[in-house]
Ligand binder design. Sequence first.
Ligand code: 5AD
Ligand code: SF4
Length: 339
Amino acid sequence: KITDCLERLKGSGLPQRDDLIALLSCADEKELKPLFLAADARRKAAVGDVVHLRGIVEFSNYCERNCLYCGLRRVNRQLKRYRMSNREILEAAFAVKAAKIPTLVLQSGEDSFYTTEKLCSLIQSIKAETGLVVTLSLGERPRNDYHAFREAGADRYLLKHETASPSLYGRLHPDSRQENRLQCLKWLKELRYETGAGIMVGLPGQDAAVLADDILLISSLKADMAGIGPFLPHPQTPLAACPSGMVLPVLTVLALVRLACPTINLPATTALSVLHPEGRKKALAVGANVVMPDFTPPAYRRLYDLYPGRTAGSEDTELIMETLKKEIICCGRTLQVTT
Ligand code: 5AD
Ligand code: SF4
């Protein structure tokens, strides 16, 4: 019974895989309601009502990889590529600071144009000139790079593990190995980064057992953050004809991660907002406590084309921030801002 599984999951200690599978197999919103309420209560007790904001700057859409799901994949020749200059990146960082957001997320495709030296000097100047908390999301790099970025002042690193299933990982990533990705995550933890893992929900070939393993992996990695959003098929990829992920399974995974890892940071992802106009509100109601507004300059934003619909109606940053603040306060939550 769902209610018995939920009772066990609400207890402390490692969740049972079978209990996770039972809840992840349920597609009845009414039956899942107690899970969502439990996750919201756990969120409130463990991390409170504050919603953390992270300003994201996508500074290069060049990528050397060919992940089957992603619009930035190397062989997508229809996409115009860009790299922001150091000055443009710094200006975007200042815009994050001006919006009273304490954390900057620097994200790009896997782009070896950015050597260790270039990135370290960029991180150093951002730290020196803005004092922002710096989160990196640059994909897999050698351990020495992660070490150098940390020395240069980087505080956090996001590297979604994408899926815990070795076979699914292999099929989706023709040019990257799961062992290396997991190794990278362990290095990041060793180097004392606040480390983010995460997945797409609704990938073709993913089932409840895979999602249960994802949740157990996020827990065993001791991830400090987990990015959880739906898979959205991109027309210029081999997965164009696959169905997109659904809202309810995303909310179920969010809620279960909140129960399994009470103090973790869970963003309400942009991908969920693309799937449903109230996606952000829904995520915040079932365990999420982070929102990541986009501070990429508008000219580049639409070119960071991971999945379709990502930048629809997101033109003016000030307007986005106003809407966001109202929505968060309206949900009975508080905003984290720098003073
Ligand atoms: N649907 C949803 N998320 C995607 N990402 C890439 N492509 C897609 C897609 N089609 C996410 C991946 C990756 C990040 C860069 O974007 O999870 O970690
Ligand atoms: Fe590149 Fe990341 Fe997209 Fe893979 S998911 S193609 S590594 S940007």
